[in-house]
Unconditional design. Structure first.
Length: 140
C-alpha cells in the first residue's frame, strides 16, 4: 500500500534520507536499502540517500542528485532517532549550504524518527529475536 501520494503539481518531489555515515561500507549500504524499501511505499518519484560525514554521497551530492533527477521540492529526512546536535544544527546547516547552489528548488528538513510506537514495536521485535538464542550478552 502506498502511504504517500505524489502531487499532480508542477513540482517534482524528492525525499533524501540522511544518516551519520560510517567508515564501514556495510553500514552505509543499509541506508541505500532503506531508500529502496521506501520507494516501494510511496509514489514520490525521487528517493535518494546521503551521509552526513565519513562516506559518499554527501548531503550536497544527494541534493544535487535529486535536482539532477528533476526535483524542485526536496524533503531531507535525518534517519536519526533523536534530535541531537547533528539533527538540530549540523544537518540543517549542511542542507542550507547545499541548497544555495540550487535556486528555485525548495529544500526542507524533517524532524528525526523520534518517539513513535512503531519504533518501540521494532525494539521489542529485536528483543524477542535474541531471547532464548543463547547469543552472548555484554557484561560490565
Amino acid at each position: 500500500m502506498k502511504i504517500l501520494r505524489a502531487r499532480s503539481e508542477a513540482m517534482s518531489r524528492a525525499i533524501l534520507l540522511v544518516d551519520h555515515g560510517s567508515v564501514k561500507r556495510e553500514a552505509n549500504e543499509m541506508l541505500a536499502e532503506v531508500a529502496a524499501m521506501l520507494r516501494g511505499l510511496t509514489d514520490v518519484p525521487i528517493i535518494r540517500h546521503a551521509h552526513m560525514e565519513l562516506a559518499e554521497p554527501t548531503i550536497a551530492q544527494g541534493i544535487a542528485a535529486c535536482v539532477q533527477a528533476g526535483a524542485t521540492d526536496v524533503t531531507v529526512h535525518p534517519y536519526f532517532l533523536t534530535p541531537g546536535r547533528h539533527v538540530s544544527t549540523d544537518i540543517p546547516r549542511m542542507v542550507a549550504e547545499a541548497a544555495k547552489h540550487h535556486s528555485g528548488v525548495r529544500v526542507r528538513v524533517t524532524a528525526p524518527l523520534g518517539l513513535h510506537e512503531k519504533i518501540c514495536q521494532v525494539v521489542l521485535e529485536r528483543v524477542r529475536e535474541i531471547e532464548g538464542t543463547g547469543a552472548p550478552t555484554a557484561s560490565r
